[in-house]
Write a protein that binds this ligand. Structure first.
Ligand code: PLP
Ligand code: COI
Length: 337
């Protein structure tokens, strides 16, 4: 194998195997190993028409010690079941999720990027409605699968400040909609806004709360946080995905002596932050250097020298060190696979 690990983008890279498990007649079957990248799908499957699709994203990191560590997979397991519950799909037992994860990582071990390359193995669990329906109803058959793919940084800038834009002419999720679940429809709803942002030279968009358009909601495929007065401030909203990275950073922020606030973050407050970032499994921490409010041409400059701020840098280093086994894992966030 000849992979240029340090040049990997965040994209699909074929690996050898994926694992699948089917839910039929009210129960889960056995885990099946597959080398096919395709699924046998009924043309009336609910995933195709009515969006019964939930997914997860987590990472496995190779340590200096040659051990592969999965980061907080149990939180991803809880969240996929919360998403499943939200769109009426069956629950995945913890043991099934864990066995599938272990098997798929084991079968593709050669694709775990080496320590020090900045790359990791991205793990993508997926749960979809496979059964046929024409009326708007949940399917009676489901497929749970996991594939893995080695990835580099989500934003091409890596750990460098990105430019983002606030949009008001698109909503990602309705106030009482599915924004808090990791379901395909939310991503479909975000495509137009994010493509336009890319065309206009921005890495991603900031969606505001759909009801009042006053508060920061989601930062594209990541949660938002801002730093000021030695505080880590992150939005509290029903329509954002409860990010596992954000949950970890709240702990890390406290460990680093910051106060944590989880509350509504009004747009105008952006002018008061000394640092800000977008956080997620794929994004890790992407420091935000500049925010443009597209509707009134206000520019919030959060970084003048093109470098990540000191607090973002400290939090990033601590997180990445825990993930790689370079800093004591005192909360039991990693599991060696
Ligand atoms: N928000 C959205 C919309 C996402 O897609 C993601 C990625 O999973 C996140 C936030 C960050 O969540 P996590 O840190 O659990 O990856
Ligand atoms: C992740 O961070 O894992 C995501 O799912 C974000 C995006 C690739 C959908």
């Amino acid at each position: 194998m000849n992979i240029e690990w340090t040049k990997l983008p965040f994209g699909y890279f074929k690996t050898d195997y994926n694992v699948r498990c089917f839910y039929r007649n009210g129960k889960w079957g056995e885990i099946e190993v597959s080398s096919s990248e395709y699924l046998p799908l009924h043309m009336a499957a609910t995933v195709l028409h009515y969006g019964q699709a939930a997914f997860e994203g987590m990472k496995v990191f190779m340590g200096k010690d040659g051990q592969a560590r999965a980061f907080r997979w149990d939180e991803n397991w809880k969240r996929i079941n919360n998403s499943a519950d939200g769109i009426l799909m069956p629950e995945i037992p913890k043991e099934l999720f864990h066995d599938a994860l272990k098997q798929v990582v084991d079968l593709n071990r050669q694709y775990i990027p080496p320590y020090g390359t900045g790359a990791s193995l991205y793990v993508r669990p997926l749960l979809i409605g496979m059964g046929a329906q024409v009326g708007v109803k949940p399917a009676n058959e489901y497929c749970f699968l996991i594939f893995v793919t080695p990835v580099g940084p989500y934003f091409k800038e890596g750990f460098k400040p990105v430019r983002v834009q606030i949009v008001r002419d698109f909503d990602r999720a309705a106030p009482l909609g599915t924004g808090c679940y990791k379901v395909g429809g939310n991503y479909a709803a975000s495509l137009r806004a994010s493509e336009r942002a890319h065309e206009e030279g921005f890495s991603t968009v900031i969606f505001l709360d759909a009801k009042e358009k006053k508060y920061i909601d989601e930062a594209g495929p990541a949660n938002f946080f801002g730093i000021k007065d030695n505080k880590y401030i992150t939005p509290d909203s029903h329509s954002i995905l409860p990010s596992i990275t954000n949950m970890s950073l709240r702990q890390i922020a406290e460990d680093l002596g910051l106060k944590v606030e989880r509350r509504h973050v009004p747009v105008e407050e952006l002018g008061t932050f000394v640092e800000a970032g977008a956080c997620g499994t794929a994004a890790v921490i992407s420091p935000i250097g500049e925010i443009l409010d597209r509707d009134n041409d206000t520019h919030y400059i959060l970084c003048k020298d093109g470098k990540a701020g000191p607090i973002c840098t400290k939090m990033y280093n601590r997180l990445v060190d825990i993930q790689h086994g370079d800093y004591p894992d005192k909360y039991g966030w990693t599991e060696i696979l």
